[in-house]
Design a protein around this ligand. Structure first.
Ligand code: SF4
Length: 361
């Protein structure tokens, strides 16, 4: 797409296409800075279909940044359960508190103030500034990266410097300057729904007459597929400690994986089963039976989890401190399986498995 006139025509085509074909999503109807921030953070690493329900529940519970700032972090983490990458929830909560403290509860629009807030990287800054405030701020995410690589037939993996410069160049054209937020959303929408990683729908693409990879029939080769490292295999062992229809849960420390979330007591590592057995003995307990091994897959880790059922007599109170938990509680079995219980997703699955096996009724 070498010359400026050609780019301008391509841009206008994409605007027209977006006006007619974009998906209706709750954060796009009259976008607010807070709504854009919440949706963009939820959408990182998570599919739109999954985010829809989470977004609506979140906004119903905390309609403003001030509401979120006043919320208990445990409730915030519980509401996030299932989305993963819990630092996003912590950062959102912290951001709300800082915005209330320093900006009267209104998200600032300038890049310097936004950059002071925790967890807002260049992409999120660009999204909030352009979509919520109409500022001429570029953004690059996976969809935009793929679209630019193909339009320009950029060989190899596109480099960040090239991508951001290309995003700036396109944004500098007159049509995008008039509505930067719509331009950025149109790029992302094209990448999400038409210019997909495999088998892009070039026949339905508004930019096809201008697209260099289409002209060269290289859509499947550019950008080249990334070779993903195989997930790390992790062995873990957990104990479903049940007492009178309740399950013993421990809260993980404030740092590390699943920080601050609840789960049945457990350990990970090659010797996890042996160590868990030792802890049970130290508490005067022993496993009643084992449940079938459970596999739990995260982006970079694959957990193989052994879980043991331990039924303890009324009044018996095992101590979870030696396992590294900072707090403990007995939770009604059905509640432990609910989405707002504050358990990690693995913790929920373990409770579900025990419930289905009739171990904690
Ligand atoms: S023509 Fe095909 S490869 Fe080019 S931008 Fe459109 S969908 Fe993507």
């Amino acid at each position: 797409m070498p010359d400026r006139a050609d780019r301008q025509t391509a841009q206008e085509r994409l605007f027209d296409w977006y006006a007619k074909h974009h998906r209706t999503l709750p954060w796009r109807d009259r976008p607010t800075p807070y709504g854009v921030l919440v949706s963009e953070l939820m959408l990182q690493q998570t599919r739109v279909d999954t985010v829809l329900g989470y977004y609506e529940r979140w906004m119903a519970r905390w309609p403003t940044l001030a509401d979120l700032a006043a919320a208990d972090l445990q409730d915030v983490l519980a509401q996030w359960t299932g989305l993963g990458y819990y630092n996003r929830a912590r950062n959102l909560h912290k951001t709300a508190q800082l915005v209330v403290r320093d900006h009267g509860g209104q998200l600032p629009s300038d890049a310097a103030s936004l950059a002071q807030l925790p967890g807002l990287g260049p992409y999120t800054l660009g999204a909030v500034r352009s979509i919520a405030f109409g500022e001429p701020a570029a953004l690059v995410d996976g969809n935009v990266s793929r679209v630019f690589s193909r339009w320009h037939a950029q060989p190899g993996q596109p480099q960040p410097r090239w991508l951001w410069q290309t995003a700036q160049d396109w944004l500098a054209l007159p049509t995008a300057q008039r509505d930067p937020g719509t331009w950025n959303q149109a790029l992302m929408e094209l990448g999400a729904t038409v210019c997909t990683p495999r088998k892009p729908a070039c026949a339905a693409c508004p930019v096809q007459p201008h697209c260099l990879v289409f002209a060269q029939d290289l859509q499947e080769a550019i950008p080249p597929a990334r070779v993903r490292a195989a997930p790390k295999q992790v062995t873990a062992a957990y104990a479903i400690v049940a007492r009178e229809g309740r399950i013993l849960l421990g809260r993980r420390p404030a740092k590390g994986r699943w920080a601050g979330l609840w789960e049945p007591p457990g350990l990970e590592g090659a010797a996890a089963g042996v160590q868990l057995g030792r802890w049970l003995l130290s508490q005067g307990l022993q496993a009643d039976r084992a449940l079938p091994a459970l596999v739990h897959v995260l982006t970079h880790r694959r957990y193989e989890v052994e879980s043991l059922v331990v039924v303890v007599p009324p009044g018996h109170e095992p101590d979870l401190q030696p396992l590294g938990y900072v707090e403990q509680r007995w939770q009604v079995a059905d509640d432990a399986q609910s989405q707002t219980s504050g358990l990690s997703r693995l913790g929920q699955r373990l409770c579900e498995q025990a419930g289905e096996a009739g171990e904690i009724a």
